[in-house]
Design a protein around this ligand. Structure first.
Ligand code: NAP
Length: 228
């Protein structure tokens, strides 16, 4: 039985990923910063809830300690929690964007590494974004070219780079970043765009269920490898 932790999994793409991995037989921990929302989401799909705010070191370490004492190892970590951070372009907004989208990855991954190393096929998926691809945002043929989401794009570029650096430093663990596809969630509600979270979660699930010889250090979308 594979134990899986997904951050920010009380709704959206994270929740649908949790649902699909439960259906595949994983023991899934829904990491959510809000206890009520997290417990409800976990109960809805037969997952477990663990309180986890990716901006709070104490919350992260107690979440991983709980999984360690209950399960002994962690097979899959999905770093999914993210914010758009488009309310302002100033110092506090930049700190918030990087705290959740990039520093959160470091906090959770560092706390999870000892448990990942105890798994037979450890896999980390970063739900990043093609908005963090230099290739996409400088390519006039791509929709990302016309999206002025500076803090989101820069913090997702950082998340993708962290994924690559962790892959290089940890050859026994697969680390891949994914662009799940434009999805209708609370994050994109103001734009009225995107497909269902169920469809986008399939892209995340594919990278979360790679075999031992699967790729590492890549950025992918549903068509395969995405340019940096
Ligand atoms: P969403 O529905 O807004 O979900 C975001 C999740 O992150 C929520 O569960 C939220 O929890 C959680 N979160 C935010 N801050 C957190 C924190 N400090 N600690 C723990 N959890 C936190 O958005 P989504 O579209 O599903 O986004 C999921 C991921 O996909 C994000 O990383 C996003 O950047 C990425 N993505 C989305 C799209 C898209 O088109 N939607 C495209 C590319 C990439 P609360 O409910 O407590 O706020």
């Amino acid at each position: 039985m594979t134990t899986t932790l997904i951050t920010g999994a009380n709704k959206g793409i994270g929740f649908e990923t949790a649902k699909q991995l439960v259906e595949l037989g994983h023991t899934v921990y829904i990491g959510a910063r809000d206890t009520e929302r997290g417990e409800k989401a976990a109960a809805d799909i037969g997952a477990r809830f663990v309180q986890l705010d990716v901006t709070d070191d104490a919350s992260v370490s107690s979440a991983l300690a709980r999984i360690g004492s209950d399960e002994g190892s962690l097979g899959v970590l999905v770093n999914n929690a993210g914010i758009l951070a488009n309310e302002a372009l100033d110092g506090p907004a930049a700190l918030r964007a990087f705290d959740v989208n990039a520093v959160g990855f470091v906090r959770v991954t560092e706390a999870a590494l000892p448990l990942l190393r105890k798994s037979a096929n450890p896999t980390v998926v970063t739900v990043s974004s093609s908005m963090g691809s230099f290739w996409a945002v400088t390519n006039p043929d791509r929709a990302e070219y016309r999206m002025p989401l500076a803090l989101y794009a820069a913090s997702k570029a950082a998340a993708t780079m962290l994924t690559v650096q962790y892959a290089k430093a940890n050859p026994g663990i697969k680390f891949n970043a994914v662009e799940p596809g434009t999805t209708a969630t609370d994050m994109t509600a103001a734009f009225g765009i995107g497909r269902s979270a169920q469809d986008s979660a399939k892209v995340v699930v594919r990278l979360a269920t790679l075999g031992v010889d699967g790729p590492t250090g890549t950025l992918q979308d549903e068509s395969g490898v995405l340019a940096w």
